[in-house]
Design a binder for this molecule. Structure first.
Ligand code: FAD
Length: 373
């Protein structure tokens, strides 16, 4: 089989890049060993929050903002192409303090964001509860990020898959062994039933990136960080907006379900929901919204964030001609999906990406140990 581009992994990054490249007329093959979108991309909370996740102004914050701004048109396009509703919910996010120390931390962060002209409001406890009456009486105040949002990652991942396939990307089931390099440049991708010849390979294998041979990243560049989620059912809905505390977050869905997340665990690839994990989730949920104590727990799961040593994604070309990366999105892969699709496809097509990719280049991680096969 011959292609212009082979994408390794059909999570939200692989499908997004495939969509943009197929729309640009490239013959794209996406190799996925499982069901497209079935791993981290379906396990996420779906929070779109540069203010809480990127924390400080800088290149990462700017990347997150650029992606947040792309979200409304991205969602509209995907809903049109797929016929699915992907649960995009505006209305802002809140980060709540439950003690004086955290209230000071939040106030200092707000001052830095305000000085940089970025959207944030400081609320006292009463004002926060006026926005979200389900918040605990003990909340001491909050940062309100008025233009942040959330999305439902499962239908989003499904919609991206449908849209990319509709645009002409070919999805092939199979375990990828590695990127093939011949004469110093990419020659294709080897998978369980053979080679797909192509001059370009995009590694979008999430937490499993280091298992793709020929990835050319230094050891430890991407590792799995396990996150557990528990879903509670509230009727009528107890919250409207995403609420963060120091311990985690609650993500409400319009139908009343509330996701409590998440743990941050170095547990290798052991997919498990544990007693300790559930305890942590229930404690943070009840601290934020004590009214949840009578809510039934209706679902739990865990999956793996693709974490990098500096917490930044790996985007754009590597040192071997034809090798590109869309991986390492750690806690923010859902937020960063639209901008990743755009900048990685631009780099493949030889166009100027809308953001400077230098801070996210694989080169920042040091020299790789080529393991060509
Ligand atoms: C509990 C949890 C909560 C999260 N919450 C949020 C959130 O609220 N907001 C946010 O922005 N982000 C969140 N994230 C992060 C986000 O989910 C990830 O950053 C994002 O999904 C990564 O997308 P991906 O496509 O790189 O990875 P994945 O979705 O994991 O996709 C990688 C794909 O590659 C395939 N693959 C890997 N190796 C091979 C191989 N050798 N051959 C074939 N296929 C292969 C896998 O099967 C998989 O389908 C959360 C993550 C977790 C775990």
């Amino acid at each position: 089989m011959q292609a212009d581009v082979v994408v390794v992994g059909a999570g939200i990054q692989g499908c997004g890049v495939a969509l943009r490249l197929a729309q640009a007329g490239r013959r794209v093959v996406v190799l996925e060993r499982s069901v497209p979108g079935a791993e981290a991309s379906s396990a996420a909370g779906g929070i779109l929050s540069p203010g809480v996740e990127a924390v400080e102004p800088g290149p990462f914050y700017a990347l997150c903002r650029a992606s947040l701004e792309l979200y409304p048109s991205f969602v509209q396009e995907l809903e049109r192409l797929s016929g699915l509703w992907v649960g995009h919910r505006a209305g802002g996010t809140l980060e709540v303090a439950f003690d004086d120390r955290m209230a000071h931390v939040l106030a200092a962060r707000a001052a830095r964001l305000e000085r940089a002209g970025l959207p944030v409001e400081v609320l006292d406890g009463d004002a926060a509860r006026r926005l979200e009456p389900g918040l605990a009486a003990a909340s001491r105040g909050a940062l309100y990020f008025p233009d942040e949002a959330s999305v439902d990652p499962r239908p989003l991942a499904r919609a991206l898959h449908i849209a990319a396939a509709g645009a002409g990307a070919r999805f092939v089931t199979g375990q990828v062994r590695g990127v093939a390099v011949e004469d110093g440049r990419v020659a294709g991708v080897d998978h369980e039933s053979g080679r797909i010849a192509a001059p370009v390979a995009v590694i979008a294998a999430g937490a499993w990136t280091m298992q793709v041979r020929g990835n050319e990243l230094p050891p430890g560049s991407v590792r799995p960080v396990r996150g557990q989620i528990a879903v509670l059912d509230t009727r009528p809905p107890l919250l409207r907006r995403v609420v963060f505390s120091e311990k985690g977050y609650l993500v409400p869905r319009p139908d009343g379900r509330i996701l409590a997340g998440s743990t941050m665990e170095e547990a290798g690839f052991e997919k498990a929901v544990t007693a300790g994990g559930l305890l942590h989730l229930m404690e943070l949920a009840l601290e934020i919204a004590p009214g949840l104590s009578s809510a039934p727990v209706v679902e739990t799961w865990s999956n793996f964030r693709p974490a990098t040593p500096d917490g930044l994604p790996i985007l754009g070309p590597g040192s071997t001609p034809g090798l590109h990366y869309a991986t390492g999105h750690y806690r923010n892969g859902i937020l960063l999906a639209p901008v990743t699709a755009e900048v990685v496809s631009a780099a493949v097509l030889g166009r100027e990406p809308r953001v400077d990719l230098a801070p996210f280049s694989p080169a920042r991680l040091g020299s790789g140990r080529p393991d060509r096969s």
